[in-house]
Design a binder for this molecule. Structure first.
Ligand code: ZN
Length: 480
């Protein structure tokens, strides 16, 4: 019996350790930082009148994931992606967006993986591979805090996150909380500047230095219920103060992590002011892309060719354009290759510039891709359902006096497809009825008749000055 009790107690103690650690944030204001913070406050740099209409300001994030010496362990890329999404939702009201600006940096170190408890160890980690002009975020599984961040005047910069507090199914708030600190937001219960009266009379130089966040006595699971309602009561710290009425939804509180989902208007404004005035290097920061080559260097005007872009520092959200037209990105290989599909062009013979654009900048190669005349080609967009319209597109050489036909009965076309032309679909055009458009494309709208389930194969006939030419054959499945 005694042994049983002892074992149970030991389990409780072991369980309490990490649970308590996960409640806390290491980003407290140190006594030596108080005067500097108050001087910044007095300088007026936070006194913007609302959010200026500059559009969203994008901030690069450089992730560093700590793993064991042998490369095992560490946070998955999908969790990092979720964290970026969480932060983008949290800071939308501030007009701030985030993107991962380089490939994830893996730090394989047992020392940083298993034991990172002191301030010196945390600072040592934050000095590993920092990327200039980005928020450096380090993720490790054995931190004594849920997260710790730096203020603009902190001697060592960067955010360190405990893996189990980073973008989990029940915690989408800690990462944004730490970014809040990075933009000089303090805990709503911060006491380093003096206790905030619940009346708000000293709100500009006490508490969190923000006046539209109510005084906060310090929140937690003991005084915020599972419905995110404050149940703690208590009188304010100043004479004649009304009772406490803190905001359990505020990201910068210690409320339940699942409850925190908003910044106040003045917190948004303060974060944006901090970015513009105190961390302007983040804007356009991390490394812009460098596009080195594009291959192949030519393709048909109708688009659809696979093209490989090689360069450096391509970000995960880079967009590709050919002559200003957005290309579909099919695959990214690290930060050095993008495989894209050339978009349909506008002008035969055009030497198109190819560009890569991302928040940290853009790069392009002029005359990188030549649009060649189309060879006869047919395709369609669907889904093809009975009673609905589909569009069949035929391509030929641009500007060549031409006509086309689809499913022409009585004309023997190469039997590349068993059913091709066997059963004409509902339209029929003689070669003289249509002329190829300026970029060699003609769209034919076909209303799919009947109650059919059938796979047809369609083939076109392009008639040019060179004579009739048969297009490719493509399958078209019609669903009832
Ligand atoms: Zn904090």
């Amino acid at each position: 019996m005694n042994r049983f009790v002892v074992v149970l107690l030991a389990s409780c103690v072991l369980a309490l350790g990490p649970v308590q650690a996960q409640e806390t944030c290491g980003s407290s204001v140190r006594p030596e930082e108080v005067q500097d913070a108050l001087a910044l406050q007095a300088s007026g740099i936070y006194d913007e009148d609302g959010i200026p209409s500059l559009g969203t300001l994008f901030v690069p994030v450089a992730f560093h994931v700590v793993r064991q010496n042998n490369g095992s362990g560490g946070l998955s890329q999908s969790r990092l992606n979720t964290a970026i999404n969480d932060a983008n939702l949290a800071f939308a009201g501030a007009g701030i967006g985030f993107f991962q600006c380089m490939d994830t940096d893996y730090i394989d170190s047992d020392a940083f993986y298993f034991n990172i408890n002191t301030g010196a160890e945390i600072d040592a980690l934050r000095r590993v591979n920092p990327v200039a002009d980005a928020i450096n975020v380090y993720c490790t599984p054995n931190l004594q805090y849920c997260g710790i961040s730096s203020f603009t005047n902190s001697s060592v910069q960067g955010i360190v996150m405990l893996n189990s507090c980073m973008a989990t199914s029940t915690n989408h708030s800690t990462f944004s909380h730490e970014i809040g600190h990075y933009f000089n937001l303090y805990h709503t219960h911060e006491g380093a500047f003096g206790q905030e009266c619940t009346s708000g009379s000293n709100c500009s130089n006490s508490g969190d230095l923000v006046c539209d966040t109510p005084a906060d006595p310090g929140l937690g699971t003991s005084n915020v219920n599972s419905s995110c309602v404050y149940t703690g009561g208590g009188n304010g710290p100043c004479g004649g103060d009304p009772g406490y009425s803190p905001d359990p939804r505020n990201y910068m509180s210690y409320s339940r992590k699942s409850c925190r989902n908003r910044f106040s208007s003045q917190q948004n404004s303060r974060a944006r002011s901090t970015l513009l005035n105190l961390r302007p290097e983040l804007l356009g920061g991390c490394t812009p892309p460098d596009l080195i080559s594009v291959a192949p260097s030519q393709g048909e005007l109708r688009g659809g060719d696979s093209v490989t872009l090689v360069g450096t520092n391509f970000s995960s959200n880079a967009t590709v354009r050919f002559a200003g037209l957005v290309a579909q990105v099919d695959q990214r290989i690290g930060s050095t290759q993008i495989i894209a599909t050339a978009p349909e062009g506008t002008t035969e013979g055009q030497d198109a510039a190819v560009s890569v654009t991302q928040p940290s900048g853009s790069d392009q190669i002029n005359n990188a891709y030549e649009y060649l005349p189309n060879t006869p080609y047919i395709t369609w967009n669907g889904p093809a359902r009975a009673g609905q319209n589909i569009t069949i597109s035929l391509y030929g050489p641009a500007g060549d006096p031409a006509g086309l036909a689809v499913g022409v009965p009585g004309i023997t076309v190469k039997p590349c497809c068993t059913f091709c032309l066997e059963r004409p679909i509902s339209f029929f055009m003689r070669p003289s009825q249509l002329t190829l458009g300026s970029n060699g494309r003609v769209d034919v709208i076909w209303n799919v008749e009947g109650d059919i389930f059938e796979t047809k194969k369609i083939q076109g006939l392009i008639v040019t000055s060179q004579g009739p030419q048969v297009t490719n054959c493509t399958s078209l499945t019609v669903f009832p």
